[in-house]
Design a protein around this ligand. Structure first.
Ligand code: HPA
Ligand code: ZN
Length: 337
């Protein structure tokens, strides 16, 4: 890639990474064996880490991926498991010159398996503290709610005392919604986001990944988000795109995820040029790197460069938007600019 060295060294902020999506097949098999979790015996993809890696290159949709994503995380049981998972992510991030990461996790997918919120949070927190100390990577946690489950279950999870305590302490900075997008439009989650807004939490939502721009419009209007996760379908509505640009809303775009989940045929179809021309702020992110060919943030930067041949100035603009849009402390932000 032209600018390869420049892009490798460019200080990065990542805003769209599901920690559970950083579970590599090798660690998945290791944890499943340790925890005596039986992986599906009726799916040849689980014959070996190699077979699973190969299956991960053939997803046909978001929901096809999500089936594997939920099976994968069934191997995560103890504090140490969650710490090892997040540490693996931070070590990859360090190699890609990531300075700050706002990272998602899915507590409902663990609570439903009998794994406590305390186990998940303490494991991730231990990894975050070590990443800050040893790798100079700061991070914040974003608690995601699963949109394929009934909304009252999200509200119940949100109201658990240990979840509320993690908001009050600042351990968790914001909320999001993820999992199957259609037919679960953002407005369904209005009651949840109203409660989160009262607590002063940061608000984001996955929108416009498989669904059209009307899901993005709903996230902005009904949920009052300041960020949109993915947002690729925004370019189909120029009027909305102009409003998003004027509001300064950050899109957390995941180009290689969009290719692996068949939202687009190639990275060249991701509307990067349209966003630049319209003045829409965006960052580039890995989403679920262990499921999408082991492509972490650096590979996404390179793929965008190959498809769009951006200038150094354009890359500097993207990097700066990432720093300005990060949910880090102001002290950290000053260090990064
Ligand atoms: N979209 C929705 N839900 C998800 C994703 C995604 O890209 N990754 C993990 N959960
Ligand atoms: Zn995502």
């Amino acid at each position: 890639t032209p600018l390869h060295g420049f892009l490798a060294d460019l200080p990065k902020c990542e805003h769209h990474i599901h920690l559970e999506g950083a579970l590599a097949p090798s660690l998945l098999f290791k944890l499943a064996a340790k925890n005596k979790i039986e992986l599906p015996t009726d799916d040849p993809a689980f014959a070996s880490p190699e077979a699973l890696t190969k299956r991960y290159t053939n997803f046909v949709s978001l929901d096809d991926f999500l089936g594997y994503y939920y099976i994968g995380m069934s191997a995560l049981i103890t504090h140490e498991d969650f710490e090892a998972l997040a540490t693996d992510y931070f070590e990859h991030a360090a190699k890609d010159a990531v300075m700050h990461a706002d990272v998602f996790f899915d507590p409902q997918a663990h609570l439903s398996r009998g794994v406590s919120y305390e186990t998940v949070l303490s494991g991730f927190t231990a990894a975050r503290q070590k990443a800050e100390k040893n790798l100079n990577i700061t991070s914040t946690l974003i608690c995601c709610f699963l949109r394929h489950l009934p909304v009252p279950e999200s509200v119940e999870t949100f109201q658990l005392s240990e979840v509320q305590a993690s908001f009050a302490s600042g351990a968790v900075a914001g909320i999001g919604i993820d999992s199957s997008e259609v037919p679960f439009p953002p407005h369904l989650f209005t009651p949840l986001y109203a409660e989160a807004a009262k607590l002063g939490l940061r608000l984001t939502a996955h929108a416009g990944e498989e669904a059209g721009p009307e899901y993005i419009a709903s996230a902005l209007k009904d949920l009052n988000v300041t960020r949109i996760d993915h947002g690729v379908s925004l370019a189909r509505d120029p009027e909305l795109m102009a409003r998003v640009a004027a509001a300064g809303t950050l899109l957390t775009v995941c180009p290689m995820s969009n290719v692996f989940l068949k939202c687009v045929k190639s990275v060249a179809e991701v509307p990067i040029r349209k966003f630049l021309d319209a003045g829409v702020k965006f960052s580039l992110n890995s989403d679920d790197p262990a499921y999408f060919g082991g492509n972490y943030i650096g590979a996404n930067y390179c793929a965008v460069q190959e498809a769009f041949e951006l200038t150094v100035r354009e890359w500097e603009g993207i990097a700066l938007a990432g720093v300005r849009g990060s949910w880090c402390s102001d002290v950290r932000r000053e260090e990064m600019v």
